[in-house]
Design a binder for this molecule. Structure first.
Ligand SMILES: [Zn+2]
Length: 286
């Protein structure tokens, strides 16, 4: 995964990278392009929804541009993080564990599975050396999950301590449920207000299919990453004028080469031109 080179916050996954062919053979591009990016803000150009400048949400540093659907980030503002997130996954259902592990295969997450037995829930040996944990529970008749008499009370407490709160509780239900209502019912039944708190802090999510698992986990772990590695912001403003120039030139050439441009392509090209003019003007003033 990639993190901000100034504040170390999580920005993008390696698997979301789109490879861009340079204009000339052997040429090195000064940016990397992604399908999506986390923890970033866009500026006012957004009114056209085709072009905007991107800023890191945590340190405010300008990190790149969005042109069309491309999120292009200057290489000097990115850093590849080699530290992996190790996740302990717990469930009473063996097949849910298998599914999660398949889905997290080939991602930057290392996943360790722990099948649970109902009769041993008060004394679970937790997986050592992890920085996040998932408990996945299939919603059936029993609804006491946390709190004094909750199924996962001991486990959740241990995991909470172990991971400094990076615990995700997944309630898996084959039927579509009214989430707010279920949370309210769970929270008020059997003294388990923790359920409502977890829901609010996004440490509790619902799944009806395991298909959408990936996108939810990505958001969750992006958040976890920031908690695992607390942000220490050193104000270090990078001058990105040169990076901006190179990026705009690249896209200007690319859009000019389109044979049958759509209305959107034409508008994007004009926004790129406008931004280049502005940049040249700023450089002259300095
Ligand atoms: Zn940053």
């Amino acid at each position: 995964m990639y993190i901000c080179s100034i504040c170390n916050c999580f920005l993008a996954y390696k698997q979301d990278e789109i490879y861009k062919y340079p204009l000339r053979e052997g040429e090195q591009l000064n940016f990397l392009t992604f399908k999506m990016i986390e923890n970033c803000k866009e500026d006012q150009f957004k009114k056209y929804d085709l072009f905007s400048h991107l800023y890191c949400k945590f340190c405010d540093q300008e990190i790149g541009m969005r042109i069309g659907k491309d999120f292009s980030i200057y290489k000097c503002q990115l850093q590849e993080s080699l530290g992996s997130i190790n996740i302990g996954v717990y469930s009473l259902k063996q097949e849910l564990l298998q599914k999660i592990s398949q889905m997290l295969d080939k991602t930057c997450y290392q996943c360790y599975l722990q099948p649970l037995l109902k009769k041993e829930l008060t004394n679970v040996q937790i997986i050592p050396n992890v920085n996040a944990a998932i408990i996945i529970h299939q919603v059936e008749s029993r609804v006491l999950l946390l709190g004094k008499n909750g199924l996962y009370n001991d486990l959740a407490q241990k995991l909470w301590k172990q991971t400094s709160g990076n615990v995700l509780l997944i309630l898996y239900d084959k039927e579509e449920t009214n989430q707010e209502e279920l949370v309210h019912n769970l929270a008020t039944q059997g003294e388990q207000p923790q359920i409502a708190e977890l829901f609010q802090s996004q440490n509790l999510v619902f799944f009806t299919k395991l298909l959408n698992l990936n996108s939810i986990l990505q958001k969750y772990f992006a958040k976890s990453y920031n908690q695992c590695y607390p942000i220490d912001i050193v104000k270090k403003e990078e001058d990105v004028t040169n990076e901006k120039c190179l990026l705009l030139t690249y896209y200007y050439q690319r859009y000019k080469q389109i044979d049958h441009p759509t209305q959107d392509d034409k508008l994007t090209l004009s926004l790129i031109k406008q931004s280049r003019k502005q940049l040249k003007f700023e450089c002259k003033v300095q």
